[in-house]
Design a protein around this ligand. Structure first.
Ligand SMILES: [Zn+2]
Ligand SMILES: [Zn+2]
Ligand SMILES: [Zn+2]
Ligand SMILES: [Zn+2]
Length: 447
């Protein structure tokens, strides 16, 4: 429950239970409307009934979240809550199976609005605090899903772009950018152009096989730019930089144009939960932009672009200390580039001396699942009596009767809690379905 402003608050007398959150202005206007309605009612009885049904938009849209939750026979809410959670998770999993090409080596610059607009409290506790905590979660999830990716952070405040974190493949390093809140204190106006130019400059050296992405978390409705921002968008287009924006206030034409032209995603967050959804939709690698016919032609010719990668030698902490090429720091641990024998601190990275991409094999293996995802399981709506009694993943017995007839099959929920792999035809329960697609990324039934 958000903290209330006591001064504006009135205590409800119980006669109108739905009004306990409203201020006096609103109650007054409501009373006026009721009087008006009564006067009309004498002349146009039919119309007034209609008017009663069609309440004001802000009343109609006020939906109590607890109305959708229903108790089961034993009076427990646990099943209902589990259902809601499973439903929202499944919605995320229901993606298309169409063959697409994804870039697994990603480079992303995270542009954070640090203007005074971020101090707004329309999202609790404030846009700034919420953005910081979501950014932390986002970075963790992003590196988990894209172990070969690298991310940098730029802040937008006082009309300039401020480099907060260099491009790095180490999630701890990126998380450090958000650790000290006092260094990120919002101030002044944001500048889209300056910040995008800064991000573009730090990605200009990247090879063509990696994706270049800019993600902007934008709270302001204004931008202070030194020149024509359309030139900057043209330059991004030339450099194949994809810009995605999550706006916290409203849609700005320039923002949408920018995203559409560069092939990114634009979204306006409605509330805290929606903000998170929009952000986390950007975690999986984007499909490559080249046209379907182009891809088909390449596949037919069995043509693929090869790229060089090096697997480094890891130095133990007992090794004699030596200087690294990335920070010139004296350290024992590190990785030796297999081509030029220079020492770097972290993988994955591009060798500072010879430019070779250095990865560790677990990183490469963990990126693999995006290219060959586990098939999406189909929800079982009808039983024909020949099903296995237990889940193929965890051997828990399935319920024999449908739990909730109200579940709509369009949402991809099975009333029996059964989800079947289209390839191996084994049944899994909702928990295992989540685990297979979120964590394992390979179907245990298909082996
Ligand atoms: Zn170093
Ligand atoms: Zn090297
Ligand atoms: Zn199971
Ligand atoms: Zn399977």
């Amino acid at each position: 429950m958000p903290p209330r402003r006591d001064a504006e608050f009135i205590v409800s007398d119980g006669s109108e239970p739905e009004d306990d959150d409203l201020d006096e202005d609103y109650v007054a206007s409501r009373a006026a409307r009721a009087r008006k309605g009564k006067g009309k009612g004498k002349e146009l009885a039919g119309d007034s009934r209609k008017a009663q049904d069609q309440s004001y938009a802000w009343e109609a849209s006020y939906k109590r979240s607890w109305d959708t939750v229903q108790e089961d026979e034993a009076g427990s809410l646990q099943a209902a809550v589990q259902d809601l959670v499973a439903r929202s998770k499944r919605r995320r999993l229901l993606g298309g199976d169409a063959p697409i090409r994804r870039t697994i080596i990603r480079h992303m610059m995270l542009l954070m609005d640090l203007s005074t607009a971020m101090l707004d409290r329309d999202m609790r506790p404030s846009r700034f605090d919420l953005t910081l905590s979501y950014a932390r979660e986002f970075v963790g999830e992003w590196f988990d899903q894209n172990p070969l990716g690298q991310m940098g952070v730029v802040g937008m405040r006082n009309g300039v772009g401020e480099r907060i974190g260099e491009m790095s493949g180490n999630p701890q390093e990126v998380l450090k950018c958000f650790a000290d809140k006092t260094k990120l204190e919002p101030a002044g106006e944001p500048s889209l152009q300056n910040s995008i130019e800064m991000a573009r400059a730090s990605m200009s050296h990247l090879p063509t096989h990696s994706s270049r992405e800019i993600l902007i978390l934008f709270g302001s409705l204004t931008t202070v730019d030194p020149g024509n921002i359309h030139d900057t968008v043209d330059a991004c287009l030339r450099d194949q930089i994809r810009i995605s924006i999550v706006s916290l206030s409203a849609e700005m034409k320039i923002c949408r144009d920018m995203c559409e032209r560069t092939g990114g995603v634009f979204g306006v967050a409605l509330n805290e939960g929606h903000y998170k959804d929009l952000l986390f939709e950007l975690v999986p690698p984007p499909a490559e932009k080249s046209s379907a016919s182009h891809l088909a032609a390449k596949a037919a010719a069995n043509e693929s672009e090869l790229m060089q990668m090096g697997f480094p030698t890891r130095l133990p902490s007992t090794a004699p200390p030596s200087l690294c090429v990335c920070h010139s720091r004296l350290r024992s641990e590190g990785y030796i580039c297999p081509r030029c024998n220079s020492k770097v601190c972290d993988v994955p990275t591009d060798c500072d001396i010879c430019g070779l991409m250095i990865v560790s094999s677990p990183h490469l293996a963990r990126s693999y699942h995006h290219l060959f995802p586990a098939p999406a399981y189909k929800a079982i709506v009808e039983l024909d009596g020949s099903e296995a009694p237990t889940c193929h993943g965890c051997s828990q017995p399935f319920p024999t009767a449908a739990r909730d007839r109200n579940l709509v099959p369009e949402e991809g929920m099975s009333p029996f809690g059964r989800y079947r792999c289209p390839k191996c035809k084994h049944d899994f329960d909702a928990e295992c379905d989540m685990f297979v697609h979120d964590v394992l990324h390979v179907c245990p039934g298909c082996g």
